[in-house]
Design a protein around this ligand. Structure first.
Ligand code: IPD
Ligand code: CA
Ligand code: CA
Length: 256
């Protein structure tokens, strides 16, 4: 399974690399800013072809084509390019994200940015890795010294949770925040200690399936915005080093 996971991501990675900064078709999806490129579709087809060749009975949930249900208890959850807007603009902050769910639990995940050569991998109970090196979250326990990362949903202007107001509350506390444009990388960069925490509204299972396991295996904590256990089918995610979780949660909930 691990071999197929790596093969699928590496073959898709070649497609992303070959086409990076080249001309390709870009279309809008449900909103004008939610893009899909020809390369998302090529990457997705390659990944699914490799999975189906090796595990024909497994189910698939993939961003552009949706669900392919099959008989086994395993589901491959795929984002063929996370950070499509970055990719379409020639910004090398995008990745392929593949998580494997078995009987409702994520057991393996790989996030690969072919432009940087970074592969983040985790298997349940076996730790998290960046290429060959074991990774772990930071030990920062002072929010004023933290570096956070977030993302904004494509419907921010209409989103009832007012994500920009939440962002504003952190900014008004003079806490530095980044916005990379790839939720999967946000999770992995928190897992390897570049960030201390990440939150976002309105994500989908393919954005977080792999990164969620990688962050947890790196010692992080992941919940929804009520502080309850996170599932990749939750829309809201707060992922931190654990030590800052409560402090960040209070600001999101506007309880400070
Ligand atoms: C998007 C990225 C982005 C996040 C969006 C996602 P896509 O995925 O993860 O960081 O803010 O909510 O939809 O569209 O590039 O696969
Ligand atoms: Ca995505
Ligand atoms: Ca995508």
């Amino acid at each position: 399974m691990k071999k197929t996971l790596f093969l699928a991501a590496e073959e898709a990675g070649k497609i992303l690399l070959e086409n990076f900064n080249k001309d390709f078709i870009i279309e809008s999806k449900d909103t004008i800013s939610n893009l899909v490129t020809e390369i998302d579709k090529k990457s997705e087809s390659k990944i699914i072809e490799i999975i189906k060749n090796n595990f024909p009975d497994d189910s698939i949930l993939s961003e552009e084509i949706g669900s392919i249900d099959a008989s086994s208890n395993c589901k491959w959850i795929i984002d063929p390019i996370d950070g499509t807007i970055n990719y379409a603009h020639g910004i090398p902050l995008s990745c392929i994200s593949i998580g494997i769910e078995k009987s409702g639990e994520i057991i393996m995940g790989l996030v690969y940015n072919p432009m940087s050569g970074e592969k983040f991998f985790a298997e349940k109970g076996k730790g998290a890795y960046l290429n060959e090196n074991k990774i772990s979250v930071t030990k920062e326990n002072n929010l004023r010294k933290a570096l956070l990362v977030t993302g904004f949903p494509y419907d921010s202007s209409r989103n009832p949770n007012k994500p920009v107001d939440v962002f504003g509350r952190f900014v008004m506390l003079d806490i530095p925040i980044r916005r990379l444009g790839s939720a999967a990388l946000d999770l992995c960069w928190t897992a390897c200690g570049r960030f201390d925490g990440f939150w976002e509204y309105n994500l989908n299972a393919w954005d977080t399936a792999a990164g969620f396991l990688i962050l947890k295996e790196a010692g992080g904590l992941v919940t929804d915005f009520l502080g309850k256990e996170y599932s990749v089918y939750n829309k809201e995610i707060l992922a931190t080093n654990g030590l800052l979780h409560e402090d960040i949660l209070k600001i999101i909930q506007n309880k400070e």
